[in-house]
Ligand binder design. Structure first.
Ligand code: GMT
Length: 374
């Protein structure tokens, strides 16, 4: 098939999933055309089946905000027409689903029919999408898509609850490339960070409020009172300054390191003993799956789709959002020397269920179904 993929190219779960999906489809022999405003972060190599079309967003003194959606729709029209695409797959509803609708209408007038699949990722529904300033357009463009997928059952339910949806939504969970995300030998790195055999806790996120990084630090502070431990925080975002201040106020700066944005996150995960994801909202929790693939147990909140990934008491523990006390108890339980190997083993076993080789055929058959039914 010839497939156009639209996504946000920056760091962020939806862009990562879209890029990895495109790469995996290309490996299977499909021709993949990325249509994005910047080269996707993980698309920095050559492959005969991968193409990149940059959306050129022209500015003009009159525009306070350059019209990205119009530039994107125009680019989609041209790529579909000249590359003779079979299907457009847009990731993150806002504004990609409505831009795709516009492109589809323009192409229809020119005698070209293009089916559109929209994948809902989370905040496009649970946070931004249901805001009255976007809701009518989101509802309309979901209903106008020829196929709609959600990355978890919880997100599917949330979409049906918050919007007047007149069509089926297929759940296709996120996936992981186990060839990239696997435990690597990085003992020297572990020794540098934990010179006295301390346990290592890791958190990665975009440091937005919904990630509740503060809970990670507070749980670590309590754990640290009981056992020798270190904390690595990977990523950057609006909450980082506040979190650095919190560490100073708690006097834990010596045991916590902020690493900023890191491309090779699997190297850090390879030396971790515990991964924390205490998010307030999380449709799937891709970062937690990446940790599990590197044999790291996860301590998470029960938000959104996380319990569909984290099996309580097996791959880690699932706690109520904001329950620092229980999270501390559970972290200590996982980190006990006699418990840790079992948790690590089960985390990896669970991650294998989400291997790209298991999930890719679900997308391929959904594309075929969508093309055949339209
Ligand atoms: O977590 C974010 O804020 C980024 C966001 C995105 O769209 O890039 O992530 C969402 O999509 C990921 C990939 O499907 C999911 O793994 C994340 O759980 C989801 N984030 C939220 O729902 C908050």
């Amino acid at each position: 098939m010839k497939i156009g993929i639209v996504c946000y190219p920056t760091f962020g779960g939806s862009g990562v999933v879209a890029t990895e999906l495109g790469k995996a489809l290309a490996k299977e022999g499909h021709q993949i055309h990325f249509i994005t405003y910047r080269q996707p972060t993980r698309l920095d190599f050559f492959s005969e089946n991968l193409f990149y079309h940059e959306v050129d967003i022209k500015s003009y003194p009159l525009f306070e905000h350059a019209p990205y959606e119009l530039a994107l729709a125009s680019k989609m029209v041209n790529v579909v027409k000249y590359e003779q695409l079979d299907l457009l797959h847009v990731h993150y509803a806002i504004p990609h689903a409505s831009a795709a609708y516009m492109a589809k209408q323009i192409l229809k007038e020119r005698g070209i029919y293009i089916p559109v699949v929209t994948t809902l990722h989370g905040t496009d529904i649970t946070l931004v999408g249901k805001d009255p300033s976007y809701e009518p357009v989101v509802t309309f463009s979901i209903n106008q898509s020829d196929g709609v997928t959600a990355v978890s059952e919880d997100l599917r339910k949330a979409t049906v609850e918050h919007f007047e949806i007149k069509r089926d939504i297929r759940v296709i969970p996120n996936f992981i490339d186990l060839e990239r995300f696997k435990k690597q030998k990085k003992e020297h790195f572990k020794l540098a960070i934990c010179p006295h055999g301390e346990k290592l806790i890791v958190h990665t996120s975009n440091f937005r409020k919904v990630k509740r990084v503060e809970d990670v630090i507070r749980v670590f502070y309590e754990v640290r009172k009981q056992i020798p431990a270190k904390l690595l925080l990977v990523g950057d975002g609006p909450e980082r300054d506040k979190m650095e201040r919190l560490c100073r106020d708690l006097g834990t700066c010596d045991d916590i390191r902020f690493l900023g944005k890191l491309e090779a996150v699997e190297e850090v995960l390879s030396v971790a003993d515990l991964f924390m994801m205490p998010s307030e909202k999380e449709s799937f929790g891709l970062a937690a799956l990446e940790a599990m693939a590197c044999e790291v147990p996860i301590l998470t909140s029960n938000a959104g789709g996380i319990p569909e990934l984290n099996i309580d008491g097996q791959t880690g523990f699932v706690c109520n959002v904001g329950d620092i006390t229980t999270m501390t108890t559970k972290a200590l339980e996982i980190l006990k020397d006699e418990n840790l190997p079992g948790f690590k083993e089960r985390a990896l076993k669970r991650a294998k269920e989400f291997d790209v080789t298991n999930i890719l055929p679900l997308y391929e058959s959904y594309y075929r179904e969508t093309i055949e039914s339209t």
